[in-house]
Design a protein around this ligand. Structure first.
Ligand code: ADP
Ligand code: MN
Ligand code: MN
Ligand code: MN
Length: 333
């Protein structure tokens, strides 16, 4: 029987792209997923007079929303001459990943996000026109006075598992209505493919609850935690001994500007030196230090091997860009 394939791609909206998708009916017996196209003039990816953009499937998995034989298909965007579109950040990521494949980079990314009522400017758990009790009891909490949107987090995690995505866990975050899920560990391209797919599933699951997912890094001004995408990283050498972890921190410390300027729009509103962040204009690394740019987890120091956590990337970062930069900076050092 023929089946539905949801073709998903990343658009050209600035400063942070949106996910788009449309449905293709695939005939029974089709072996390779076909290339497809779309109107780039409706997605900030082309002028109206020359609007055709190309979708090339790069990763597919079962569709946990529709079920049955239906699938989700993540695509990269190409120009009609089949070269990468300027908004296609995956192509450059893949180049760097291939170049340093022998160092076996792994990534685990912690995606934080905030749930908003569709008809309101407030996160779930914020009373109309006001503020809830200050932060403290919400992180990893339980109870109807502390937790808002758990059903969405639960359904999303199950959907990721059914799709075969490498989801590692979930937790309620420090601000009411704020949540996290983790993807990985996986290679630089794979972790980003899975994260973009998981982001699409999150928006899609929340849609049925008339809830809007925000991955803005500072969704509520004031004394409320921002949202990040802590990026945990290791190479084979780092997983075997400690000095390569220090070397990686030092290498990142020598290439601060290129990283920070590509770690997500409005990240300056989040990296203030407060709320478990380092200031955007300072760089530091340390064991267990959640006020540092790079944290070496406590257990990693004990074991004298493992990974580091780059705490700087914002929740709206592009994982193809972040894993490309970290792989390039650390693996070329
Ligand atoms: P935190 O304590 O910062 O909240 P989390 O448990 O949320 O940490 O996330 C840690 C992430 O690190 C997970 O996604 C996990 O898969 C990933 N991870 C674990 N070991 C490694 C490793 N050696 N290399 C890269 N990522 C790793
Ligand atoms: Mn976490
Ligand atoms: Mn977190
Ligand atoms: Mn973290």
């Amino acid at each position: 029987m023929s089946y539905k394939a949801e073709y998903i791609w990343i658009d050209g909206t600035e400063p942070s792209p949106l996910l788009r998708s449309k449905t293709k009916i695939i005939a029974d017996g089709t072996t390779d997923l076909p290339i497809w196209g779309f109107d780039g003039s409706s997605t900030n990816q082309a002028p109206g007079a020359n609007s055709d953009c190309v979708l090339r499937p790069v990763f597919s998995c079962p569709d946990p929303i529709r079920g049955g034989d239906d699938i989700l298909v993540l695509c990269e965007v190409l120009l009609p001459d089949m070269t990468p579109h300027p908004t296609n950040t995956r192509a450059a990521c893949k180049e760097v990943a291939d170049k340093y494949a022998d160092q076996e980079s792994w990534y685990g990314i912690e995606q934080e996000y905030t749930l908003f009522e569709a008809d309101s400017r407030q996160p779930l758990g914020f009373p109309e026109g006001g503020f809830p009790e200050p932060q403290g009891p919400y992180y990893c909490g339980v109870g109807a006075n502390l937790i808002f949107g758990r059903e969405i987090s639960e359904i999303h995690a199950s959907a990721c598992m059914e799709a075969g995505l490498e989801i590692a866990g979930t937790n309620a975050e420090v601000m009411p209505g704020q949540w996290e899920f983790q993807i990985g560990p996986l290679g630089p391209v794979e972790v980003a493919d899975h994260l973009w797919m998981a982001r699409w599933l999150l928006h899609r699951v929340a849609e049925d609850f008339e809830v809007v997912v925000s991955i803005e890094p500072k969704p509520v001004q004031g004394d409320w935690n921002g949202a990040g995408c802590h990026t945990n990283f290791s190479t084979k050498a780092m997983r075997e001994s400690y000095q390569p972890i220090i070397d990686a921190c030092e290498a990142l410390g020598k290439n601060i500007q290129e990283h920070i300027s590509n770690y997500g729009a409005d990240n300056d509103k989040r990296l203030t030196g407060l709320h478990e962040t380092q200031r955007i204009d300072q760089f530091s690394y340390g064991v267990s230090d959640r006020g540092a740019s790079i944290r070496i987890p406590w257990q990693v120091e004990v074991d004298q091997k493992g990974y580091l956590e780059d705490r700087r990337p914002a929740s709206n970062m592009d994982p193809y860009v972040v894993t490309r930069l970290i792989t390039n900076t650390v693996c070329s050092a």
